[in-house]
Design a binder for this molecule. Structure first.
Ligand code: GLU
Length: 544
């Protein structure tokens, strides 16, 4: 009878042992970690999912293990177009290497298919196995009956779900089951739970520590009415057959652990190591809540892309929140590749980190300051090509000057830290291009001093020291203080100090009172361009 029932429900299934042979244990070195990123193809990777994908890949790659991408698309209502391509592209953009599974080169690896809807026959085979040992059954509860059951449970404050007396079809005879199915009654497949809610199970989570739960006693759904598995069932089947050693996922799954524990047990497989990550939190006025891809612009990866925050800075930030010892390591090794840092589960905070944009931008500022001038230039080109074609064209046209400008006070032990993103560069650089400089209106204040300086003091062949001494001479000539100590003691005795004088010159050539080293800027501009600027904006300087 049982065989007949199984044949009726699953006419085309294979033996569990067939799959066990097909997907043998992985041949990896001792201690190698096998992890996966298992998103639903419901849109883009966001900060939260990037965090778990990055941590998973790092844990695998640090141990010469495997990081694979599995697509969990069994909830077809939630699917979006190009969902899978977007996920792969986002991971690729962050240089998160997918070793196996769904990749930009198609499916790679012997443990596939890696897209759950292509694994239907596998889930059916495992469900039929559970039916054959009387640990699963078809359940005919209707929507209405389920609703009523829920109402009673809520009203009487009982545990919610299908169990005990509520599991009406649990003990139906196979004969009656066959009859109902032949009659066309809709059904789903449920686990016949063996758990006892009065007994406890113990699970060690690598992040949350030792956990204790009551056993699962719910006859959870294994195969839904549409023929696809539930998350729980697919998780147990897939992570067993794919030999995942560490399941790294969000801690919203913690409460489902007793179900997963039982499913691995009834299937006869070892539980993987669980690592439940706390979500990234955000302070929203008075309340602290999960960073939300719907509410928070900072959750979208595209937000950083548009801002021009480099992907490396985001990864640095994610590692900072992932491992409490990372920041110290990075401060000691700021120019080292982060691949050298070894991720450690023991150093993951078990409570959620608060998202800190200021910190992220600060990390980005440091990162950008350590880039060589030509690397910075190339990355800036990439950014402006997408977001600012006018600036891009100027950077291309004046490549050497641009790199020279970017290089001011860079490539040294303590570089200048001007930018936390590429979107900030133009505001600090536009004045180097005549095309943009002459579009701006300029003030003509103190033109006498400026004209005097460029006509009688400035010499582009001066060393920086000579240049500075001339600036001092100019200041003295107009009564400005050259000794800052004396100036601070009696500021009213002077019209200003040498700082004001150099700022006049700075403003005349850049419009700004804060720029990288003025000596270098003047050198890059060169005599002809300086003269052009003076003639345009300080016409009285024109000599006949
Ligand atoms: N598809 C599940 C999700 O997106 C995966 C959770 C897991 O990693 O097991 O939440």
């Amino acid at each position: 009878m049982k065989d007949e029932l199984i044949k009726l429900i699953f006419p085309n299934v294979k033996d569990k042992s067939y799959y066990e042979e097909k997907y043998p244990k992985r041949d990896l070195k001792e201690g190698a970690v096998v992890t996966r990123f298992a998103p639903s193809p419901t849109g883009f990777v966001h900060m939260g999912s990037l965090f778990s994908a990055y941590v998973s890949s790092k844990a695998a790659h640090d141990t010469d293990g495997v990081f694979f991408l599995r697509i969990e698309d069994t909830d077809q209502k939630r699917e979006v177009e190009n969902g899978i391509e977007n996920i792969i592209r986002d991971l690729d953009n962050f240089d998160i290497k997918i070793d196996e599974g769904v990749t930009s080169n198609g499916e790679v690896g012997i443990y596939g298919p890696y897209i759950q809807t292509h694994r239907k026959e596998i889930y059916e085979s495992f469900a039929s196995y559970l039916m054959s040992i009387d640990l699963a059954y078809p359940c005919f509860l209707t929507e209405k009956e389920l609703e009523e059951m829920r109402e009673i449970q809520e009203k009487d404050k009982l545990e919610i779900g299908c169990y005990g007396a509520f599991a009406k079809y649990r003990d139906l005879s196979d004969e009656e089951r066959i009859k109902k199915i032949k009659n066309g009654e809709p059904y789903i497949i449920r686990l016949k739970s063996q758990g006892d809610i009065n007994k406890r199970i113990h699970i060690k989570d690598l992040i949350k520590g030792d956990l204790e739960f009551p056993e699962n006693n719910i006859d959870v759904v294994l195969i839904k009415g549409d023929g696809f598995p539930t998350y729980h069932f697919a998780h147990a089947v897939d992570d067993s057959l794919m030999h995942t050693t560490h399941v790294i996922r969000g801690d919203e799954w913690l409460s489902s652990l007793p179900i997963h524990y039982e499913l691995f047990k009834v299937l006869g497989y070892k539980l993987p190591k669980y690592c439940h990550l706390s979500p990234i939190m955000i302070q929203d006025g008075e309340i602290r809540r999960k960073l939300s891809k719907r509410k928070d612009k900072e959750a979208a990866i595209s937000f950083y892309h548009e801002l021009g925050v480099p992907k490396e800075a985001i990864k640095l930030y994610l590692l900072t929140i992932a491992n409490s010892n990372f920041e110290e390591w990075y401060n000691a090794n700021p120019r080292e590749s982060i691949d050298k840092f070894k991720f450690d589960f023991k150093k993951v905070s078990s409570s959620g980190s608060l998202f800190d944009m200021e910190k992220l931008l600060n990390i980005s500022k440091n990162y950008l300051s350590y880039l060589s001038a030509s690397d910075f230039y190339n990355r800036l080109l990439e950014y402006t090509k997408e977001y600012d074609s006018e600036f891009y064209n100027l950077l291309v046209k004046y490549k050497d000057d641009s790199i020279e400008f970017i290089n001011i006070e860079r490539e040294r032990k303590k570089p200048r830290k001007d930018y936390s993103s590429f979107s900030e560069v133009k505001d600090n650089m536009w004045y180097m291009f005549d095309e943009l400089f002459f579009k701006e209106k300029k003030s003509l204040d103190n033109s006498e001093i400026i004209i005097d300086y460029f006509n009688n003091y400035y010499d582009s062949s001066d060393t920086e020291e000579e240049w500075f001494n001339k600036m001092k001479d100019l200041a003295s000539k107009y009564g400005y203080a050259t000794d800052m100590k004396a100036y601070k003691e009696e500021p009213d005795s002077y019209p200003g100090s040498i700082v004001d004088i150099s700022n006049m010159i700075r403003i005349s050539m850049t419009t700004k009172d804060n720029t990288p080293n003025l000596y270098n800027i003047l050198k890059i501009l060169g005599k002809t361009r300086i003269e052009k600027r003076i003639n345009e904006y300080y016409p009285s300087s024109k000599k006949d």
